[in-house]
Every structure is written in C-alpha cells, then in structure tokens.
Write a protein of this length. Structure first.
Length: 500
C-alpha cells in the first residue's frame, strides 16, 4: 500500500490484537499507550482506502474491543477510556469522502487530510472488486460501537451496488470496475487477487451482522464459483460473461484463503482438495509463489510471507482435528525459520527459485501470518480469549459476534432472502476423514497422479465456425458440418468417427 509517514505507525496498529492472542498483555498495554500518545491521522498523504480500512481501522477497533474486554474481565488497563475507538472514528470519517461517487462504490484511494479533493486523485476512477467490497465488517463495527450509522449505511450501499453489477447469467464478479459509471474494466473472474475478500465479506457479513441478504448473495456466488472456476483442486480464472472460457493459465497465491472460507461454509471436501494442491506447490517451491501455472511451475516467484495458506490450514485443523495439518504448519514454520528469518524479524522472499531475501516485511506478517501459525499449535486453554466468540476480518483482526445485537440496522430485502430448502445447510453432513480425500491427489503437483480433466465443455452459444479449436472439438465428437445451398448448415453425427 502507499507508504504512510512515520507517525502513522501502521505495523504497530495492525499488530495490537496479535499481542493479546499471544497472551503478552503487558506489551499490549504498552503498545496501546504508544498509539494513543504518538499516532495522528491528520496527514497530507494519499492512502489505499481498502488497506487503511482493513489494517488501520480494523486494528484500532479490534484493539479497542479487546482493551475494553480485558478491563472489564480482568481489571487490567484501568486507565483506558475508549481512546482507540475515538481514533477509529477519526479514521472512519477520513475515509468517508471516498464514497462520494455516482454509484456509492468507494474510490480506491483517498487523501487523509483533504479527502478526494486532491490533484493526485482526479483521474482515479477505477477500483478492484475486493477493494470496494471489503469495507462492511469494519465500517459496521464502527457504527455499532459509536452509535453513528453513516459508516454502516455507506458500506451497505456499496455492497448493494456491487451485487447489482454481478453478471446476471453466471453470478460471477469481474476484477476491476469504474466507480462512477459502474462499468466493468476487467471481466476476469476468480477467487484470488482483485476479488478474494469481497466473497469473504459476503459470508462474514452474514455471520457478524445476521443479515440474511449476505448469506443469499454468498450462496449464489459460491455456487457460481464451484460451477465455473473450480476445476478439481484448482481454481482457474474465467471470463465473467463467458464462464466456460479460462482467462489465464495461472493461479495466484491469494486464492489460498478459499479453503478456509469453505470451512466456514461447511464444504470440507473441496477445501481439503484445494489445500492439498497448495501444500504440494509449497513443498515443491519451499514457499507458495505469488503466481504459479496450471502445471505448477513458477509464474511469478515473489513470496511476501502471505498468511492465506496458514489461515486455511488453521481452519481445516479446527474443523477436522487431523494432525496432518499440524505437520503442514511445521513445514511452513521450518521454511520461514530457514529462509526468511533475519535478526530484526522476517524478510520477504524476492524469488522462491533463488530464495533471495527482500528488505521488506509487510504488517500482515505480524497481524496474520504468525498469528495463524501460533493459533494452529496453541491449546484452547492457553489462550486468554475464547475465539469462538469472535470472527476474523480479512486482516486477521477480531470482531465479536455480539455486535449483531448492538443495533437494529438489519436491512433484509424481500428480494434477497434465500428461500431454498438447503440455504442454511452445510453441504457435508457426515464426519469427514481428510486422508481419504487427499490420497488420490498424493502426487498431483509432481505429475505422478493423473489430474482431473480440466477441459471445458463447448456450448452451442459459444461455438464459432471460424474457430479452429471449436471445429476440431466437434470433429472429435464425430460431428461433421455440411453447408447447404440456402446458406444454412447441417450437423451430421457419425458414431464410428468419434475420437477415442
């Protein structure tokens, strides 16, 4: 994200609740005092709306909630009087100008001092779906904690507009859109970079806020993803308007969050499969590269120590109690210690092929990567919090499920409520034994196990007589095209000529 000046203390804010999870309450109290004393947001700096929301606003809210919780439960931080919540409200109001668009979908960037009245922001009309659609948890929490509804109202409006922009036939979302016209700029559709946390927040908005429309939307999107994008363990981008056609031949590391979301959904079998594929990619390359091809070669070798794979590992272990996932965590930990550990922390890996380090450690390493790694191995009785009472934001911040009862702001639309018999039913009803699901994929990445056929069916609507590949496909089916004298064509199927 755009660099803040030193007084912004991004990493410190983003990491406050990690100190509570780790049980270092003394250091947490010290860090809270530092933030209150030294941090100011009245700066002439252009920032990412999305990153500021999930890292800074989310970090302040989570830390306030935990400080208040620990004060009431354990009597510590007796001096705390809600200062972090006031700072969160300040950030919220500084982000609000971003929502001043024709559609209500927020700009991708905002000036913390001058809003969108900045020469550097005049031409910024495009944003990604994830950037626009990952505001609702933090903004709704801010409204419900402060009693000021504007934050939640703005983020609901943005989510409503995004829902209207889905492709009506496929129920898929594109990647980049124009915030004023509402037109799609990029129509690639997947579950990774550019879209990921929008789908995540559709489900988590239902879990946190209890609003049925978000469950309905997530179910519609989820069914579309599993129909068009999921190809066995792989998740391949397609064109949202032509969902039977792949838009690229590689996957990106951000999709590693998807198995964890599937655990929340309750669909464990495909979660186990995709996680296993990703683990094999990690074992082959030591780390999961930022992008890798469908035959599991490195497409982009950078690895900034992302948390998504560990996040999914943590959720799968919680759902299955299978010690296999502890072994996965140990493998990740060994790679981090051997290739990324430096005297002052952990360094990003510039290229997984050379394992050369980069002088960089994003705040999410402390906010998420190490948090999920710790939680994977921690016993529940060793934690100072009952994590069943919280939900994790996309940045790994903790918001209490009790927020659902803070306000009467539920906006259930008659048109959006899912009425299907199984709308609230998890797909898996029997106990799952992950080993039986993983075994057929045992050597998938090494090419020793036959991969599931990922060829797509050719539909009549997509067929083009000028496309050589289409002609070959129908010829292999035993179909010949005969041109008639009146200009029409006739398809003749001969079973004996079907290619085997």
């Amino acid at each position: 994200m755009t660099n803040f000046n030193t007084s912004f203390s991004l990493t410190l804010i983003d990491t406050l609740d990690s100190l509570v999870v780790l049980g270092d309450l003394e250091e947490f109290e010290h860090a809270v005092k530092l933030v209150i004393k030294d941090v100011s947001f009245d700066n002439d700096v252009v920032v990412s709306v999305f990153e500021t929301n999930i890292r800074v606003l989310g970090g302040l809210l989570s830390a306030h909630i935990l400080a208040d919780y620990l004060q009431q439960r354990d009597g510590i931080l007796p001096w705390y009087k809600g200062e972090l919540l006031n700072m969160a409200k300040d950030v919220g109001y500084r982000l609000l100008p971003a929502f001043n668009t024709t559609t209500g979908i927020p700009h991708s960037r905002v000036n913390m001092k001058y809003g969108i009245k900045s020469d550097r922001l005049e031409s910024a009309r495009e944003t990604c779906t994830a950037c626009a659609g990952s505001m609702i948890l933090e903004m709704a929490a801010l409204s419900r904690l402060t009693g000021e509804p504007i934050f939640e109202e703005k983020s609901h409006k943005a989510m409503d507009e995004l829902w209207k922009m889905r492709h009506r036939s496929s129920d898929l979302m594109g990647t980049v859109l124009n915030v004023h016209s509402g037109d799609w700029v990029r129509r690639d559709s997947g579950v990774g970079a550019g879209i990921d946390s929008y789908y995540e927040y559709c489900l988590k908005a239902y879990i946190l806020l209890g609003d049925n429309k978000y469950l309905h939307r997530f179910n519609r999107h989820y069914n579309a993803v599993m129909k068009y994008i999921s190809q066995g363990p792989m998740l391949l981008d397609v064109h949202m308007h032509r969902p039977h056609t792949n838009s690229r031949n590689y996957m990106d590391a951000l999709l590693a969050f998807w198995p964890g979301l599937q655990v929340l959904k309750g669909d464990l079998k495909p979660a186990v499969e995709t996680h296993e594929m990703l683990y094999q990619v990690m074992q082959r390359h030591t780390f999961i590269p930022e992008a890798f091809t469908t035959d599991f070669q490195v497409h982009w070798g950078n690895h900034p120590l992302r948390p998504e794979f560990l996040e999914s590992t943590y959720f799968l272990y919680g759902a299955t109690n299978d010690p296999y996932y502890l072994e996965v965590g140990r493998t990740v930990l060994n790679s981090l210690q051997k290739y990324a550990r430096v005297p002052c922390g952990y360094a990003a890996v510039n290229d997984v092929r050379t394992r050369k380090q980069e002088d960089r450690m994003d705040s999410f390493v402390l906010s998420e990567t190490l948090k999920y790694l710790y939680l994977l191995f921690a016993d529940k009785e060793d934690l100072v919090l009952n994590l069943d009472e919280f939900i994790f934001t996309t940045e790994g911040h903790l918001l209490p499920l009790s927020l659902a009862g803070y306000s009467g702001n539920k906006t259930v639309s008659d048109l959006d409520v899912e009425e299907g018999e199984f709308a609230r039913t998890c797909p898996n009803t029997l106990q799952l034994f992950p080993e039986t699901v993983r075994k057929p994929l045992q050597n998938m990445v090494d090419g020793m196990c036959p991969k599931r056929n990922s060829k797509r069916r050719l539909t009549a609507a997509e067929f083009s007589a000028s496309n050589i590949n289409h002609l070959k496909m129908i010829k292999d089916m035993g179909i010949n095209i005969i041109a008639l004298s009146d200009g029409r064509v006739q398809l003749l199927h001969t079973f004996s000529s079907v290619s085997r």
